[in-house]
Design a binder for this molecule. Structure first.
Ligand SMILES: Nc1ncnc2c1ncn2[C@@H]1O[C@H](COP(=O)(O)OP(=O)(O)O)[C@@H](O)[C@H]1O
Ligand SMILES: [Mg+2]
Length: 198
């Protein structure tokens, strides 16, 4: 279903969904992050080799850290988004290792220190795991409202084979998400309990 949305709709949805994920207890968050690892492993969603992009959880987001550590164990390279130093509103992906030097960005989110030698070009990723605020069964994604992933992934619109997989708690699902023509849809959403192919 195609819905048009006002900024107001999107803003109030974001508020409700962010409150729901922040209401999860530390125990629930920990169990969810381990369940996520098992889901991704059992469904063999990780590539055999190459780069996978993740994020560090913030604001009640599903925590992919156990999954990142699993990638390190099996020799997969992981990257994290950083706010692009030159192109405003875009993300740049930087290699993330257990000993990466980190700093906090303007949103208070930890990101690898921006060194050009650690940049992983977007097209070198096999999978990009994104956080999200809300999702629906069609793969529509509502983010925090900055449009960072939409801008950064806009160049992937023509098929590149890169899989975009949203990670979320089950409480972040909505029936039909209002979306705009700049929104980049996801190929799949993984929750601690479900894998949704879109
Ligand atoms: N490809 C793009 N080019 C230019 N502006 C964009 C692009 N994608 C998103 N934006 C802008 O980013 C803002 C936030 O986008 P939105 O989809 O609401 O956020 P989010 O995806 O974080 O939920 C919008 O005002 C939109 O105009
Ligand atoms: Mg968007």
């Amino acid at each position: 279903m195609v819905l048009t949305a006002t900024n107001q709709d999107r803003a109030s949805l974001r508020k409700t969904l962010r409150q729901a994920r922040r209401a999860l207890t530390a125990d629930q968050q920990q169990q969810a992050s381990l369940a996520l690892l098992n889901k991704v492993r059992d469904a063999e969603l990780l590539p055999q080799s190459g780069h996978c992009a993740f994020y560090l959880s913030n604001d009640g987001e599903l925590n992919p850290t156990p999954l990142i550590q699993h990638c390190w164990k099996i020799g997969l390279s992981t990257s994290l988004p950083v706010l692009h130093p030159f192109t405003r509103g875009h993300l740049l992906f930087l290699r993330y290792q257990h000993n990466s030097a980190m700093q906090h960005n303007k949103y208070g989110i930890a990101e690898p220190k921006c060194e050009v030698t650690n940049v992983v070009p977007l097209l070198q990723h096999k999978v990009i795991f994104t956080p999200l605020v809300g999702f629906d069964l069609n793969g529509n994604r509502l983010g925090m409202g900055g449009g960072y992933y939409d801008r950064t992934l806009a160049s992937l619109k023509s098929a590149t084979g890169i899989r975009l997989i949203g990670l979320a708690h089950d409480c972040q699902q909505v029936d039909a998400l209002p979306f705009q023509n700049w929104d980049i849809p996801l190929h799949m959403i993984v929750t601690p309990n479900r894998i949704i192919k879109c």
